[in-house]
Design a protein around this ligand. Structure first.
Ligand code: SF4
Length: 357
C-alpha cells in the first residue's frame, strides 16, 4: 500500500524513500534507523487544542484547530499503540498535545493503554490546568509519571508568558501529582530573553523545596508564528552560569542513554536539575523517539519535513503488518539529526502544538 504524507492544507510532501535504501534495512521488528538508533519511546499528541496561549508557541488568538473527524478516534489511537507495543518494541508512551487534558475520556484511555501487553510505562506532558481534581483517577488508571510546564513561579510573569491567569492551577496540579504518588514529578521550563530568564534560580529553589525535578528547555524553532529568533533563546551555557551564582552543580554520573536532559546534582545531593539543550548541545545521536500526531501522522523527528499517514492506512483497511511496516520504513529513513544549526535549516510546517513534546 502506497504511503503518503498527511495533508496539512499545504503543498503535499510525499514520503519518498530517502537516500537510505530500505532494502538495506535489517530484518528486525523494532524501529531501527540507518544510524543504529532504536526508537522505544513513543510520543503521542492527543489533540492540537490548548487552553493556554504561550507566546513562544502560538498567537494570542490560538490556531485553527483540526476538525474532530481528522483526529484519530480512541479506537484508532489504541490500535496504533497496541501495534507499537506488541510489534515494534515500544516500552514507553508519553501523552502530549496541544494540551492532553483536553482530550475527552483521557482517564479511560490511560487505563486502556496501561492494559496493553507488555505494559508500557506511561507519562504525560501537560500544562496542569484542571489536573488537580483528576489526579487520583489518573493514578488509578496507571499513569506513572508527569511533566508539568511551568516557566515561572511569579503570577504576573505567568500571565505575560501564557496570556492566562492560571498559575495557582499549575501549582495545585504539581502538589496533587506528588500526593497521588506519581514519580517523578518534573517541571519543564522554557526561558525567553527579557521575560523570565531572571527566574532561573527561583525556579530551582521552588522545585528543590517541593521535591520536584526541574528541566530547563532551550526554546526550539517550532512555534506556529515562525518567529523563533536564536538571539532570544537562553542557551544551556547561560542557564548553567546563572544557576552557579547560587548553587553548586556536579555532573550526574548516571548513564544518560536517550534521555534528552543533561543532569546535574545540586549542592551535593539535595536534588537535581536538567537542561534539554536541543539547539546548542544536540542529543540526536542517541535519540530513541518516534512520534504520532493527533491526526495519525508518524514523524521520525520533531523537525521532520515529511510525515507518514497512518490514518489513511487505518481507514483504508490496512492490516497490522502493513501499518507496522509503514512505521518501520519511516523510522529507517530518519535523518541523523534536526539540522537546526545547518545553513539550509527550514522550520517544519507543522507547529509544536500539533506535534507534542
Ligand atoms: S531533534 Fe529529532 S533526532 Fe534530535 S533528539 Fe529531537 S526528535 Fe530526536
Amino acid at each position: 500500500m502506497k504511503v503518503t504524507a498527511i495533508d496539512l492544507g499545504l503543498p503535499r510532501v510525499v514520503q519518498e524513500p530517502s537516500k537510505t535504501d530500505t532494502a538495506a534495512r535489517p530484518d528486525t521488528p523494532g524501529l531501527v534507523d540507518s544510524f543504529g538508533r532504536v526508537a522505544t519511546d513513543l510520543r503521542v499528541s492527543l489533540t492540537d487544542k490548548c487552553n493556554l496561549r504561550c507566546t513562544y508557541c502560538m498567537p494570542a488568538d490560538g490556531l485553527d484547530w483540526m476538525p474532530d473527524e481528522q483526529l484519530l478516534s480512541d479506537a484508532e489511537l489504541l490500535r496504533l499503540m497496541r501495534i507499537a507495543v506488541e510489534m515494534l518494541g515500544i516500552t514507553d508512551i508519553r501523552l502530549t498535545g496541544g494540551e492532553p487534558l483536553l482530550r475527552p475520556r483521557l482517564e479511560d484511555l490511560v487505563a486502556e493503554i496501561t492494559s496493553l501487553h507488555p505494559r508500557p510505562r506511561v507519562a504525560m506532558t501537560t500544562n496542569g490546568i484542571g489536573f488537580a481534581k483528576r489526579a487520583k483517577r489518573f493514578a488509578e488508571a496507571g499513569l506513572d509519571r508527569i511533566n508539568v510546564s511551568l516557566d515561572t513561579v511569579d503570577r504576573e510573569t505567568f500571565q505575560r508568558v501564557t496570556r492566562r491567569d492560571r498559575l495557582s492551577h499549575v501549582l495545585a496540579a504539581l502538589a496533587a501529582a506528588r500526593e497521588v504518588g506519581l514519580d517523578p514529578v518534573k517541571i519543564n521550563a522554557v526561558l525567553i530573553r527579557g521575560v523570565n530568564e531572571h527566574e532561573v534560580t527561583s525556579l530551582l529553589r521552588f522545585t528543590l523545596e517541593h521535591g520536584y525535578h526541574l528541566r530547563f528547555i532551550e526554546q526550539m524553532p517550532l512555534d506556529a508564528q515562525h518567529s523563533w529568533d536564536r538571539a532570544n533563546m537562553i542557551t544551556a551555557d547561560e542557564i548553567l552560569s546563572m544557576l552557579r551564582t547560587e548553587f553548586t552543580l556536579t555532573p550526574s554520573t548516571e548513564a544518560r542513554g536517550g534521555a534528552p536532559a543533561e543532569r546535574w546534582i545540586v549542592d551535593g545531593g539535595v536534588g537535581d536539575v536538567g537542561v534539554i539543550a536541543s539547539v546548542t548541545r544536540p542529543f540526536c545521536a542517541a535519540c530513541d523517539r518516534t512520534r504520532l500526531t493527533a491526526d495519525g501522522a508518524i514523524r521520525s523527528c520533531l523537525f521532520s519535513q515529511a510525515e507518514t499517514d497512518l490514518r489513511a492506512l487505518l481507514r483504508g483497511g490496512a492490516d497490522d503488518d502493513e501499518i507496522a511496516d509503514a512505521w518501520r520504513a519511516t523510522m529507517w529513513a530518519k535523518l541523523a539529526g534536526h539540522e537546526i544549526n545547518d545553513a539550509g535549516f527550514a522550520q517544519p510546517l507543522r507547529p509544536m502544538s500539533s506535534i507534542g513534546g
